[in-house]
Design a protein around this ligand. Sequence first.
Ligand SMILES: [Zn+2]
Length: 293
Amino acid sequence: MIRLLLALSLPFFGALFAAEVPVAQAVFGANQYVEYLPGELPLVIAAPHGGLLKPKSVANRSYGVVDSDANTQDLGRRIAAEVKKQSGKSMDLIISHLHRSKLDPNREIKEAAQGDKTAEKVWHEYHGFIDQALKASVARHGRTFFIDLHGQNHKDIRVELGYMHRVEDLAKPREEINSATFIKTGSMELISQLNPTSSYADLLFGPDSLGAMIEQRGFQATPSPRMVVPTEPYFRGGYTVGRHVKADAHVAGLQIEANRIRLRDSPENRQRFAEALVQALRVYVPQWLKAEL
Ligand SMILES: [Zn+2]
């Protein structure tokens, strides 16, 4: 159907469409170690730690974290399917298929690939697909929202929303959190610019924050009105969000760390969370990013 529509459009929009990847058709890197599903919405999600492949031709990483984030590849696909179901359109999804013992795309290249040439190539492809997805999405919508999707197994069972702010920074007085210098250290600067009459503290943990919207739909989250300052350990966001989320590139976003118990542990729970998160994003993104999902 999509091909047919593109074919019909070609006489009219040939120059426009010819250079574009057809929507929702998977694109792969070398050896199919990275998968990119292009979309058409102001939403791009990457799943770096749900890869299952352990080819002998790629050396094992000898330091750093080598455990995968169980079921996060499936969770990413369920979120993409739910976006399609709820909005009728596709979002962009980038998946690393290499197991984390072979490549950690959420680290700078030295720790990520540890000198293995294939792993280095895959790392470049993975971040290249994210760049491509974000650029295409910004070209369409003027701005876009990026989520780096992970899984954690911390004792305090909640979804961790990482805006790059440390626990001790989230504990600071609201006045300091609302200051321009503080906002610059996080991943929501673009949204702050788009909402000059809202406070940054409200964006992070107010009644209309993403944490609040996720909690309203049955999953505990932090930062949120219930838990403004996360208990430790807490993941605040890493290499990928730091590299790709920039206000001057018109990208806002965060790292989402999904808990295992009652969320990643069964297909039913993953589906429940995918539905809840997409419902929340379909309120959150129009309200804060001023872009329709
Ligand atoms: Zn992870």
